[in-house]
Ligand binder design. Structure first.
Ligand code: FEO
Length: 394
């Protein structure tokens, strides 16, 4: 594979990993991902921005050889996580004069996680610049999107911003810039839900920083590049805002269809009153689809069967992940069915402690839902509708 040219003397030298099926062993990938790396040939110095996921190190180094890279002076580490910094030791060995350039926090991570020796690292400060001759790199330290060690690198003369994980997507590509907006939105949103949503305040802050920088091209560390920065920035403005949409999300586990009956009933009633509602059978659904809808949902209703006097673990897993991802939902409730007893909602409710939600009275049913249970579900519907109206969503 040869490099892809972004501009004169600026190249994409990353790799697709279309076979990867899950990221962070947490959220499934629909299409795989990419590990983006960039090479800049200045008139005096050559720099690589971000490197490669360790299992692809050989392919990556072969690609550098095939593309005629004889020397690298600087390896810019925008972030210490190994999908981008994992090949730094191999690069340092291949190019013995190269130095890693990074911030102080990332330096510590690289030394601890990759065993890079201190004398091979140059530490930069926020807004410091580094000359490559006719090209200049400027560093912006941006802790929180998504590690404390993260920074952006700006190539001043060409007005290109390398944003590391921020504004990325798990989407392999051949063309540098996606022409399929629907696919890009979907993959970027799934990525945002897993990687960036827990850091919404930081996302808002750094979207504003990028607004000030006004880059011509944004080069993230996963997925296609952005030659229309406003397109991805507008998506992030929406996703990271504090205002949810008029959407109820009902992920449920149903051992004997009772909870499913309740979920379907809620959906029909809520939609008849103008509230968009999505039900996901957790056992059959892609966790990424649930995560994506957590981005917008105003209300989360977890449906759960009792197993061994406790909530079904599949529902507990969704509650745990929702709590980790910190969506902007304003309301939550539960529906559940039990056979012989136990604490169904107490443990689940305790797992949502990160969420700033008002809890709406849940509905607990023994076995199948009966007439009085449907009346309780009607009350739940009315409460959700009222809550959405009060939040100006309906
Ligand atoms: Fe793509 Fe935080 O690494």
């Amino acid at each position: 594979m040869k490099f892809k040219q972004i501009k004169e003397n600026i190249f994409y030298c990353g790799l697709n990993d279309a076979d990867r099926i899950i990221f962070d062993e947490l959220i499934p990938l629909e299409h795989g991902t990419t590990y983006n790396s960039y090479l800049i040939n200045g008139s005096e110095k050559t720099a690589i921005i971000d490197t490669m996921y360790p299992p692809f190190t050989k392919d990556y180094l072969d690609n550098l050889d095939d593309s005629g890279v004889k020397n690298v002076d600087y390896i810019i580490a925008n972030h210490g996580e190994q999908d981008h910094s994992g090949s730094i030791p191999a690069l340092l060995e291949k190019y013995p004069n190269a130095k890693v350039v990074t911030n102080n926090v990332c330096k510590g991570n690289i030394m601890e996680m990759l065993l890079v020796s201190e004398d091979r690292i140059i530490v930069i400060k926020d807004k410091e610049t580094l000359s490559l001759g006719d090209k200049t790199l400027e560093f912006h330290i941006v802790p929180g999107v998504h590690w404390p060690d993260t920074m952006f690198t700006r190539l001043i003369e060409d007005n290109i911003l390398f944003t590391c994980d921020f504004l990325g997507a798990h989407l392999p590509f051949e063309e540098l810039y996606s022409k399929n907006d629907d696919e890009l939105i979907s993959c970027a949103k799934r990525y945002y839900a897993e990687i960036m949503m827990p850091f919404r305040p930081m996302c808002k802050k750094y979207v504003k920083l990028i607004d000030e920088i006004k880059p011509e091209i944004i080069c993230p560390s996963h997925g296609p590049l952005h030659d229309r920065p406003e397109f991805i920035l507008d998506l992030y403005r929406d996703w990271a805002s504090d205002e949810p949409k008029n959407l109820v999300l009902i992920p449920y586990v149903s051992m004997y269809k009772s909870v499913e009956e309740m979920a379907v009933y809620l959906k029909e009633k809520l939609e008849s009153k103008g509230v968009k509602t999505l039900c996901f059978d957790i056992i059959e659904s892609d966790l990424g689809d649930i995560a994506m809808n957590l981005v917008d949902a105003a209300t989360i209703i977890i449906g759960v069967s009792m197993v061994l006097a406790s909530p079904h673990p599949a529902a507990a897993n969704v509650a745990y992940i929702a709590n980790l991802l910190k969506p902007k939902a304003k309301f939550a409730s539960f529906i559940g069915s039990y056979g012989w007893g136990g604490d169904l909602f107490g443990k689940l409710g305790g797992m949502l402690s990160n969420l700033k939600v008002e809890v709406i009275e849940p509905v607990l049913v023994k076995g199948k839902p009966k007439e009085e249970d449907y009346k309780a579900l009607d009350v739940l519907v009315d409460s959700v509708v009222e809550a959405h109206k009060k939040a100006n969503l309906l």
